[in-house]
Design a protein around this ligand. Sequence first.
Ligand SMILES: *[C@@H]1O[C@H](CO)[C@@H](O)[C@H](O)[C@H]1NC(C)=O
Ligand SMILES: *[C@@H]1O[C@H](CO)[C@@H](O)[C@H](O)[C@H]1NC(C)=O
Ligand SMILES: *[C@@H]1O[C@H](CO)[C@@H](O)[C@H](O)[C@H]1NC(C)=O
Ligand SMILES: *[C@@H]1O[C@H](CO)[C@@H](O)[C@H](O)[C@H]1NC(C)=O
Ligand SMILES: *[C@@H]1O[C@H](CO)[C@@H](O)[C@H](O)[C@H]1NC(C)=O
Ligand SMILES: *[C@@H]1O[C@H](CO)[C@@H](O)[C@H](O)[C@H]1NC(C)=O
Length: 410
Amino acid sequence: VFLKLVSCGTCLDGRIWKAHGVSFEVKDGTNETCLIAEISANFSVTYVATSQEGVTHFVLPDKAIVDKSSTCGNDTTSPLLAISFETNNTLRMNFSRNSTNYHADKLTFTYSLTDSTLFPNATTSTGPVTVSTAATDIDANVNTTYRCLSVQRFLMPNVTIDFSSVRIEAYAKGNFSKDESVCSRDTASTTVPTPKSTTPAPTKTPDPGNPETFDYNVTGSDGICLLAKMGLQLNITYKTNESQRTSTVFNIKPNFTTTGICGNNSAVLIVTDKDTVLSFFFALNTCEQVYHCSALKLPSSWSQWNFISNFSVHNDSLGYMRASLGKSYMCNSEQKIQVAMNFSINAFNVRIQAFKIDGDKFGIAEECQQDEDNMLIPIIVGAALAGLVLIVLIAYLIGRKRSHAGYQTI
Ligand SMILES: *[C@@H]1O[C@H](CO)[C@@H](O)[C@H](O)[C@H]1NC(C)=O
Ligand SMILES: *[C@@H]1O[C@H](CO)[C@@H](O)[C@H](O)[C@H]1NC(C)=O
Ligand SMILES: *[C@@H]1O[C@H](CO)[C@@H](O)[C@H](O)[C@H]1NC(C)=O
Ligand SMILES: *[C@@H]1O[C@H](CO)[C@@H](O)[C@H](O)[C@H]1NC(C)=O
Ligand SMILES: *[C@@H]1O[C@H](CO)[C@@H](O)[C@H](O)[C@H]1NC(C)=O
Ligand SMILES: *[C@@H]1O[C@H](CO)[C@@H](O)[C@H](O)[C@H]1NC(C)=O
């Protein structure tokens, strides 16, 4: 008999399963780590494809590795972190420093359209394409870890890269320093975005009604890894002035340019609507054989509402939509997914299944608590009615027996 050993290290960190960033380390000639990073990144690349308009979305894969061209630098060259993944795709970050701060000067992305997994049906077969940013706002004090959990967007020609859950230390000494330089977005993330003074914020937005239910699926090399059916409504709270807050609610109407990513222990559903890109991260706990929605990301540019344009949220410690592997999660009741203080999602008629899916059909449903609670009321009412019927019946039978007995004595 063989015992199947399952690595449970990560199960220990509570019930919550995080969508971790991918880790990288650059070492110098004496094996000392000089550059260390943890990065989670979402890429979107526009390219020319045969069948449809080519827009691809992918995440920095777990398999990404430190490229040989990475260096700790010396007196003449600056440190470089080069990350390569899939076929010939490389993300590079150059660092420099002065006496107090270090800084990522530039982000460069080289991608190869011949990589058909990332760029399906690309028509260009020319060599690799390289794009870069002018400057970055990755800046930290020397001897501290740069930390930015919020989404940080880098715009390049045809390419958008969204970093999140980032920890980086350049000029490091073996490991991350305990002291952190936290990016301004993280320190500001608990505050509600304030409106730009020029645009009067609406004090009341019309009720959009319940959202329409849409079907979603994410297909990887081994078939469908995520199947969903749901209606989504976003709720954003913002300040109308110093003292007043209001919320706006709107429904998601996806346009299906994007789908998501299939990984071994993580799957991503990317819902794209006109101005919104909403990523649902699902994590699989291989020890307990359960999956759940562990993270949500929303970088958006709501140009129609100046007062909340460039709103972004990222929370990677969620525990919603939990179900057993091979089964589907179902919730007919309206479900509120609180992502941040100023942002929640109302989900309607949810049926979702991730990782193990038999063909393209949902497995047995595991209902959410709200549905079970809602079921309880009809059950109680039903039981009470049944009880009443029984009492009436017994009373009738007793009555009948008594009257029979009455006749017999005559
Ligand atoms: C660095 O470490 C690796 C593995 O830990 C080892 O194989 C290699 O020989 C070491 N190199 C030096 C220069 O110490
Ligand atoms: C070092 O660089 C930072 C920005 O990266 C800047 O704010 C600071 O003033 C610089 N310090 C010196 C001493 O030049
Ligand atoms: C950073 O640490 C090194 C040694 O660990 C020290 O020599 C240096 O002065 C420190 N720099 C700052 C700006 O604290
Ligand atoms: C939107 O969020 C606010 C603040 O949490 C809440 O008061 C309001 O009831 C929510 N609206 C809807 C329709 O969910
Ligand atoms: C879907 O939305 C994306 C993002 O805004 C946009 O680039 C794309 O053109 C849209 N696709 C369709 C088919 O409307
Ligand atoms: C993430 O979501 C959880 C659960 O809703 C919440 O407790 C936590 O405060 C959120 N974190 C942030 C940074 O908003």
